[in-house]
Design a protein around this ligand. Structure first.
Ligand code: SAH
Length: 263
């Protein structure tokens, strides 16, 4: 083992897809790396910034699929750094937003390996932006909540959907499509009307990007009918109307009719 202090491991956010959304700091870290540990949501085009000689290890962890155990990834990062490698840990979006980056940074520090965090564009903000959807538009809301829809069975940490429904903020849900029925039910139980505008964007900023805009009441059926699947971001809130795509959504008229009935 190398006894000198290891090079810092760079936890790098690769952004949501399109390599043009990388930061200059991310590109610099990629150019210097000798080993890259890569999540499977990282766009392959990002890897072209690595040196030809860099070793690439894919450690994907897609929800529901066979995956590399987290402890293995952490041990591998530590071992490579201690061998004197310049390690980049490449994660989709931002490493500290639902990316387990915090746990990985803790494991590295506990092993005496310095850490540098390189922020990336998170899918929960860049995804809506791909629909020209301004998540905190002050004409509609005072803020935005980033929340995960994926929790283990019987998990105490399941978000309190009825409480979120009442907070009046834009809701941006990561990993939400698989449990969409339950999420919509919880939001409606908290009082969100079924005509609340909603949007889903999957594989944002990639050539496979697809989206749908509809009311909350139609969300589950729309996602099923359109075959929209993970990775996807779900946005719920009045601000969805600020997206120019909303004007083209077939559900506009029911929304306006409901609003007129309420008035
Ligand atoms: N650290 C990442 C999130 C990891 S969790 C970030 O900051 O973006 C994985 C979830 O992110 C996916 O299930 C999906 O909800 C979302 N996601 C990641 N990339 C996406 C993309 N290109 N389009 C839509 N959603 C995406």
């Amino acid at each position: 083992m190398n006894t000198a202090t290891p090079h810092p491991v760079h936890l790098v956010g690769a952004g949501p897809g399109d390599p043009e959304l990388l930061t200059l700091k991310a590109i610099k870290a990629l150019r210097q790396a000798t080993v890259a540990l890569v999540d499977d949501l990282v766009h392959p085009g990002v890897l072209k910034f690595l040196r030809r000689s860099a070793r690439v290890v894919h450690v994907g962890k897609r929800g529901g699929c066979a995956s590399t155990p987290q402890a293995f990834i952490e041990r591998l990062m530590v071992a490579e750094a201690q061998r004197g490698e310049r390690v980049v840990r490449l994660k989709g979006g931002d490493p500290f937003v639902f990316g387990r980056g915090g746990e990985e940074a803790d494991a590295l520090r506990a092993a005496g390996v310095p850490v540098v965090v390189v922020s990336g564009l998170t899918a929960g903000l860049a995804g809506p932006a791909a629909l020209d959807l301004p998540v905190t538009d002050r004409r509609h809301t005072r803020g935005v909540v980033l929340v995960t829809g994926h929790t283990g069975e019987g998990d105490d940490l399941e978000p309190d959907w009825p409480a979120l429904a009442r907070c009046g903020l834009t809701l941006v849900v990561y990993m939400g499509v698989a449990r969409l029925g339950r999420i919509v039910q919880g939001l409606q139980a908290g009082g969100l009307p079924e005509h609340t505008p909603a949007a889903v964007v999957c594989s944002a900023h990639t050539p496979r990007q697809r989206q749908a805009l509809c009311t909350l009441g139609e969300l589950v059926a729309t996602v099923q009918r359109e075959g929209l699947a993970s990775p996807a971001i779900v946005v719920v809130g009045d601000v969805v109307q600020a997206s120019p795509y909303w004007a083209a959504a077939p559900v506009q008229q029911p929304l306006q009719a409901a609003r007129q009935r309420e008035a």
